[in-house]
Write a protein that binds this ligand. Structure first.
Ligand SMILES: Nc1ncnc2c1ncn2[C@@H]1O[C@H](COP(=O)(O)OP(=O)(O)OP(=O)(O)O)[C@@H](O)[C@H]1O
Ligand SMILES: [Mg+2]
Length: 486
């Protein structure tokens, strides 16, 4: 056995039977591992509290079984790392590696006199495979298409977001060391490092998912990890209409706005669907235009052919080599873009973004973290002020009002649904105030017994200030779309 992936028989110590109290290393897979680590079987904080005696027995049994499986996994994982020729793994096919894992496991279980039924063995094999090749306990959640976000609060609490709602899973890491090893595996794959002196990091997983982590001691109760899963199939306009994010009338209006090159800001809270909306809106851009996208973590998936994608880069471990969104944006202006799309404007790049919008790159788009359209404008003002540019408030506002044409407000409502709660046009300045007019809004009408929000989209009755422009460009929207339902 171990034939193809087994290490040369040089170190007899590595093949000797080890006590169960040795476990996974903190080093990433690929490094040799020798540190024994004590197994701690802490009580699972997720255990239910109010139970009937029968339920309690069943759940205790289940818990004991889980603990035993966890210990077995630790020991088997250790043996795998000791015995597998890690450099050969890269070339190994999934099937052959799984076969090898199965035979190493069978031998070890035999040696330890542990009997497992076929189903448990299957689970164990998959988990070991995930440990060796993937991201351990996170792997199952990464494969689960219904999960949007994975949020880890220390080794024993992993939350997921499904359909806009957060829930605690029964998946756990063995301990903080295990969690740190997986974090290390992720960040070292992108040439970064996290430790006490550099306790947080942004990265992109191999599948494109957005990853952020913060490790102790800054993270007080164990490492914090947030993953925004990458969706291979991004939601398009039709999907968003089908899911009730906005109506067909609103979609027609947005199509006219994007096609006629209005500058659009998608505003919203965290996880409200800003990037998804921006991506969907981009589908209205004509295929002949040259589009440049700039993001901190490349999430956008534009369908057009003529797209140049840029991703900013943080400094390396020596503090050098940072390329900010602003650097990308300034460079983008020299790359003859028709439109520029910035994934999220959050800092000094705001100046260049507004200037680009004002100087020939109309039809540009970005997202911004804000709770209402008014808020979005205040955020823009704050960002300009924070970027160190001394500008009178009136000049600042006039810059904003001439750059931004439309603010689309996305929101995740308390029932988990994501909706475009407002579409607002920026129409100019009145004195020192930026004037805006809301065209569409979401009206909440009540609450169902199950907590679902009852509501509807409605027009405000105000006709778009751009209707003439839409008409000239061939988007003659019927005036009925601006008429409110009463
Ligand atoms: N209307 C929608 N219906 C269902 N799911 C949606 C909708 N809009 C977005 N989502 C899903 O919600 C998740 C979050 O969306 P998205 O990444 O667009 O949010 P965001 O506002 O950009 O978040 P962040 O602030 O973290 O950047 C994604 O998994 C996305 O697929
Ligand atoms: Mg986003």
């Amino acid at each position: 056995m171990f034939s193809r992936f087994k290490k040369p028989e040089s170190d007899p110590a590595t093949t000797a039977l080890r006590p169960v109290t040795s476990s996974g290393p903190t080093a990433p897979v690929g490094a040799s591992v020798h540190k024994p680590v004590a197994v701690t079987t802490r009580p699972n904080p997720t255990a239910a509290i109010a139970r009937t005696p029968a339920e309690a027995i069943a759940s205790d049994k289940e818990k004991k079984k889980k603990e035993k499986m966890a210990e077995l996994k630790v020991e088997l994982h250790k043996r795998l790392l000791d015995n597998l020729n890690l450099s050969a793994l890269e070339k190994a096919t999934e099937a052959s590696l799984k076969q090898e894992i199965a035979s190493i496991t069978a031998e070890a279980l035999d040696e330890m006199s542990v009997a497992l039924n076929a189903q448990d063995r299957q689970v164990l094999h998959q988990e070991l495979y995930d440990e060796v090749m993937g991201l351990g306990p996170l792997e199952a959640l990464l494969k689960d298409d219904t999960v949007n976000d994975i949020l880890v609060n220390g080794p024993k609490r992993i939350f997921v977001e499904r359909a806009g709602k957060l829930s605690l899973t029964d998946i756990t890491f063995k301990d903080e060391r295990h969690l740190l090893r997986i974090i290390d595996k992720i960040v070292s794959a992108v040439g970064r490092r996290v430790d006490e002196s550099n306790p947080y990091c942004d990265a992109r997983l191999a599948d494109g998912s957005r990853f952020n982590c913060m490790v102790p001691p800054v993270a007080v109760d164990g490492s914090l990890v947030s993953i925004r899963k990458f969706k291979k199939e991004k939601l398009g306009i039709a999907d968003l209409v089908r899911f009730g994010a906005f109506t067909e009338e609103m979609a027609a209006y947005l199509q006219a706005a994007v096609a006629t090159r209005l500058n659009v800001i998608v505003s919203g809270g965290t996880g409200s669907g800003k990037t998804t909306t921006l991506n969907a809106l981009s589908s209205f851009i004509d295929g002949s235009e040259r589009i440049l996208t700039i993001e901190d973590t490349a999430e956008l998936q534009l369908q057009q052919i003529h797209v140049g994608r840029m991703e900013s880069r943080p400094a390396n471990v020596e503090g050098k080599g940072a390329v900010t969104q602003r650097d990308c944006l300034r460079n983008a202006l020299r790359m003859r873009p028709d439109r520029i799309i910035v994934g999220e404007t959050r800092g000094e790049e705001v100046i260049d973004m507004l200037q680009a919008m004002n100087t020939g790159h109309d039809g540009s788009m970005t997202t911004i973290h804000a709770n209402s359209s008014r808020d979005a404008v205040s955020r823009l003002e704050n960002m300009i002020a924070m970027s160190g540019i001394e500008m009178p408030i009136k000049a600042m506002r006039s810059q904003i009002s001439s750059a931004v044409n439309l603010i689309v407000q996305a929101s995740r409502l308390q029932d988990g649904s994501r909706r475009m709660v407002s579409i607002t046009e920026v129409t100019g300045m009145e004195g020192e105030v930026i004037s805006m007019q809301e065209i569409f809004r979401y009206e909440r009408l009540g609450l169902e017994a199950n907590g679902k929000i009852i509501g509807r989209f409605n027009a405000t009755g105000i006709r778009s200030a751009y209707s003439e422009r839409f008409k000239q460009w061939g988007y003659d929207l019927p005036s009925s779309i601006y008429e409110p339902i009463v």
